[in-house]
Design a protein around this ligand. Structure first.
Ligand code: G3H
Ligand code: 13P
Ligand code: ZN
Length: 333
């Protein structure tokens, strides 16, 4: 049993409280390898932001849970070495699907876990989430639950349509489970194709415009649980310059579209205090790697393409922290 505090990590409690009061949000960036971790930490240190490093089931399969945990421990030391005396770094399990998985992460030093019971019937979701909360809280580990289902692929489960979170359920869910934060469904979804062209309109230049997020549902939820930390998954914006770069250098992304940054900026000023971003990072790395491969076909040193990929990723994350989430300069001390 390792407690996250001994690794220099923090849970989400205090940072979420400050984010809600200060009308900004904390970024949760997924990481699977060293370059992604370095880019996240460099961006967080340079912008003086608290940050959440999150580990998905895909990351655990790809990189190994133990290695990722040690990498997060290294991230704390790395942040200090980069000049941040008191980094606020959370190591979070993204989309945990069982009590056993959450327990194994808590036992090895994760400071926060998500138990995603959103695909189960309501009472089963409550029972599972409550069980994880009871275990996690013994060690001060914070727990994120989810109500409502995002369209697209989530947790290896494919849902054709969104099942928006029902505001009438949130008080009951939060009070009976004891969760520390709640992920909701208001129109975001995972991946780089969040809407079909048929779901969008077109602007005067023929560019696809996605349907707006359901801010009306968010407002109703906030009325039910005032000041309670809300989480948005599936919040990549799918920057069109990255999509264009990927396609320019031989990629084939079709109709890729995300959540406009203005809408995320607006969400960040509400009780939404954690915004999950993974796909945009994937796009940034892929765009940079493809450019090197096409422009320097003789290059075969991985550092010569993973280095530019890391730099592009860091630049993207800095923009997110400064201009979208508003967490720059928000470290406690
Ligand atoms: O929740 C979805 C994240 O983007 C992680 O996806 O399991 O492919 O790493 P992954
Ligand atoms: P995106 O696919 O929009 O980046 O969402 C990531 C996410 O929600 C991880 O849990
Ligand atoms: Zn997610």
């Amino acid at each position: 049993m390792v407690n996250y505090k001994d690794l220099g990590l923090v849970n989400t409690k205090d940072m979420f409280k400050r984010a809600i009061a200060g009308k900004y949000a904390i970024a949760a960036f997924n990481f699977n390898n060293m370059e992604q971790m370095q880019a996240i930490i460099q961006a967080a240190v340079e912008t003086k932001s608290p940050v959440i490093l999150q580990v998905s089931s895909g990351a655990r399969k790809y990189a190994n849970q133990t290695l990722l945990r040690y990498m997060a421990q290294g991230a704390v030391e790395y942040a200090k070495e980069l000049g941040c005396a008191n980094p606020e770094i959370v190591l979070h399990l993204d989309h945990g699907d069982s009590f056993e998985l959450c327990k194994s992460c808590i036992d090895m030093g994760f400071s926060s876990v998500m138990i995603d019971g959103s695909h189960f019937p309501y009472e089963e979701n409550i029972a599972l989430t409550k069980k994880v909360v009871e275990y996690a809280h013994q060690f001060n580990v914070t727990v994120e639950g989810e109500l409502g289902v995002l369209a697209g692929v989530e947790d290896d489960v494919v849902a054709e349509h969104h099942t928006y979170t029902q505001p009438s359920e949130v008080v009951d869910f939060v009070s009976r489970t004891g969760v520390d934060s709640l992920a909701i469904s208001i129109g975001t979804s995972h991946g780089a194709n969040k809407f079909t062209p048929a779901q969008c309109t077109r602007d005067a230049n023929g560019i696809l415009v996605p349907p707006p997020l359901r801010f009306d549902i968010l407002e109703e939820i906030e009325k039910e649980i005032p000041g309670f930390p809300i989480v948005l998954h599936g919040s990549s914006s799918v920057p069109q310059d990255l999509v264009a770069q990927i396609n320019q250098y031989g990629g084939k992304l079709v109709d890729s579209i995300g959540i406009p940054e203005e809408q995320l900026r607006k969400a960040a000023t509400s009780a939404v205090c954690k915004i999950n971003i993974d796909s945009d990072g994937r796009l940034a790395m892929t765009a940079a790697v493809r450019k090197v491969f096409v422009e320097q076909p003789g290059e075969f040193d991985p550092r010569k393409y993973l280095g530019p990929a890391r730099d592009t990723l860091k630049a993207l994350y800095k923009l997110k922290l400064e201009n979208v989430l508003g967490s720059a300069g928000k470290l406690a001390k």
